[in-house]
Design a protein around this ligand. Structure first.
Ligand code: NAD
Length: 427
């Protein structure tokens, strides 16, 4: 059967051929170790689930140190072109070049393909060491805005000529009443209606598709009214104008309360919940970081801006086992482009030791398989990974936190998962 690429159909869904070509970037540091282990798991799951009818042809594309050594470029344009053409790709961690004019290769890839959603599912696998009593209460999917906020790199160093011009402009032209003390650096925070709405839209669609009960807009709108506050308002607007049949918002509750009183507002909210509507709510970011520890059951899909999302992702990852097992994806739901990735870095000290946890990239692969609709293969991996952890057969990061764990190398951990697919598939 001919190997083909994934394409996007006119109705917006993906056309995924049975023999599909998917590009991968092996990554730097521990990247090759964890990729080699993970790809065996992916291939075994696809083979087991579809008995040869479906198959992935992994196509290596280059970025990071490997690309630099071969081509003198950290992110060759050919790599971006290949990913653009294939829609979907997966990558290991990449070294951030120092002083090469690229802030981060990950940011460059996200920017080039306008991957506006950084999606991070956070769930706990039974047996994974956790610092909290009930990690099983955490089952959230973070939708972090990926293109705006304080992350755009519009910054002016303290004492720079440009920084001084910006300060003079703000003081003189804009009558900004602020004492820019000597040595003040400036960064610009950007939040747009388009950027906010497309992010929240994707989060709500995800909640509808996967049957999640709520979408929470996490923001600091109490302080940053025109940026984070606007994000919240635009989020509610998207829900009320585009998803009226599927959602009920706290903003609607508030309006009902003002119009007819709190009791009737509560009745309307309960009625919406009974009818299976998704509740759209909002929480201030600092409170949210408490809530994920105190009341994690109350939250499912999270929509938030770039910086909040960065903090929240790592805090949630720590609860369910740390960066070794935290998957991620950067997605543009409009074009269909999606790059799945290990969320941790290259851990260069451990390169070629065959010791690190490959679960982050394995679960990113699970996200990829689900994204292309190969759910049977994805479920097999999840079940076999769970089984392996329950057997306490783990890599060093979990082993160090377990009472009577069995220490495995990266490659052996992958073999154990593949072995456990047998029992997982018969269940
Ligand atoms: P890191 O995530 O590479 O490592 C920090 C520590 O986390 C490691 O020392 C190790 O103890 C632990 N760790 C990381 N991955 C693990 C795994 N799979 N299993 C078990 N333990 C694991 O962070 P860093 O040291 O700050 O960054 C190193 C390099 O990676 C830098 O160049 C940085 O820019 C880059 N980086 C890349 C990405 C990415 O490509 N997505 C993300 C973060 C950092």
């Amino acid at each position: 059967m001919a190997i083909r690429k994934i394409t996007k159909k006119h109705d917006g869904t993906l056309d995924v051929p049975d023999h599909v070509e998917i590009p991968f970037i092996i990554g730097d540091g521990i990247g090759p170790d964890i990729w080699r282990a993970s790809v065996r798991v992916f291939d075994a799951a696809v083979e087991k689930a579809y008995a040869g009818v479906r198959k992935v042809n992994w196509l290596e594309v280059f970025a990071g140190e490997k690309a630099y050594q071969q081509t003198g470029e950290w992110l060759p344009s050919e790599t971006l072109a290949t990913i653009r053409e294939h829609l979907v790709a997966i990558k290991g961690p990449l070294t951030t070049p120092i002083g090469e004019g690229i802030r981060s290769l990950n940011v460059a890839i996200r920017k080039a393909l306008d991957l506006y959603v950084c999606q991070r599912p956070t769930r706990w696998f039974e047996g994974v060491p956790s610092p909290v009593k009930h990690p099983e209460y955490v089952n959230m999917v973070i939708f972090r805005e990926n293109t705006e906020d304080i992350y755009t790199g519009i910054e002016f160093a303290a004492g720079s000529a440009d920084g001084t011009r910006v300060k003079d402009f703000l003081r003189k032209e804009m009558a900004v009443d602020y004492d820019f003390t000597e040595g003040t650096a400036i960064g610009i925070k950007t939040v747009s209606e388009k950027g906010s709405k497309r992010l929240v839209r994707s989060a709500i669609e995800h909640a509808i598709f996967h049957g999640f009960p709520s979408v929470t807009l996490v923001h600091k709108g109490n302080i940053m009214k025109y940026t984070e506050g606007a994000f919240k308002n635009w989020g509610y607007e998207v829900a009320e104008t585009e998803f009226a049949d599927h959602t009920y918002t706290w903003a609607q509750w508030e309006k009902t309360k003002v119009a007819v009183g709190e009791q009737q507002a509560n009745t309307a909210l309960k009625e919406a919940q009974r009818n299976g509507k998704i509740i759209i709510k909002d929480v201030i970011a600092d409170n949210f970081l408490q809530q994920i520890l105190l009341n994690p059951k109350d939250y499912s899909v999270i929509a938030t801006l770039n910086l909040n999302g960065d903090y929240i992702s790592d805090a949630l990852a720590a609860i369910v086992g740390g960066i070794g097992i935290a998957p991620g994806a950067n997605i543009n739901y409009k074009t269909g482009h999606a790059v799945f990735e290990a969320t941790h870095g290259t851990a260069p000290r451990f390169a070629d030791t065959d010791s690190m946890n490959p679960s982050s990239i394995i679960l990113s692969g699970v996200m990829l398989l689900e994204y292309i609709g190969w759910n049977e293969a994805a479920s097999l991996i999840v079940a076999a990974l769970q089984e392996t952890i329950l057997q306490k057969a783990v890599t060093i990061d979990f082993f160090n936190q377990m009472e009577d764990g069995k220490l495995l190398k990266t490659s052996d951990f992958a073999s154990a998962i593949i072995y456990n697919m047998e029992s997982a598939s018969s269940r």
